[in-house]
Write a protein that binds this ligand. Structure first.
Ligand code: FES
Length: 151
């Protein structure tokens, strides 16, 4: 079996939502404690808390590109509460699976989105259940116990 399925390859070869929104409502950066790669996500949110646009830029690998392409597609049109439910597991499910060694790349997308929402919430004085107790970590070196890549 090929390492990457057709959906992953399609999102990697023709990623959606690449770029950076100018003057976004929320902006999140996340660095992976596993590989040190970075992800930037910008979002726009309307008055009803619906995410109207989402874009990403990454220094990550092909799996990070595919994950972020899929994840930004998924959250567009969702409310903030719904978007906070989008775990890396759901992103991987939508992609039809990733090799085990590449699961951490999808975590990059989940956290960068969460950080962008956190930024939006902070700027607008809003609170969300999905952000309770959440402390964004943007510096890969700030992690005390990043999991190791398994061979
Ligand atoms: Fe770093 Fe995939 S994002 S290896």
């Amino acid at each position: 079996m090929a390492l990457y399925n057709d959906t992953v390859m399609e999102h990697f070869m023709n990623p959606h939502n690449v770029g950076e929104i100018e003057n976004p409502d929320g902006k999140g950066v996340y660095g992976s404690p596993v590989c040190g790669d970075m992800m930037l996500v910008t979002i726009n949110v309307d008055d009803n808390d619906v995410i109207t646009d989402a874009k990403f830029k990454t220094y990550g690998c092909g799996s990070a590109i595919a994950s972020s392409s899929m994840a930004t597609d998924m959250i567009k049109g969702m409310t903030i509460d719904e978007a906070l439910e989008v775990s890396n597991k759901k992103i991987v499910e939508e992609l039809g699976g990733l090799p085990a060694i590449k699961i951490h790349c999808s975590v990059l997308a989940e956290h960068a989105i969460k950080n962008a929402i956190y930024d939006y919430a902070e700027k607008n004085g809003k609170t969300y259940k999905g952000l309770e107790g959440y402390v964004p970590e943007t510096d890969p070196d700030a992690h005390e116990h990043g999991c190791q890549v398994e061979e």
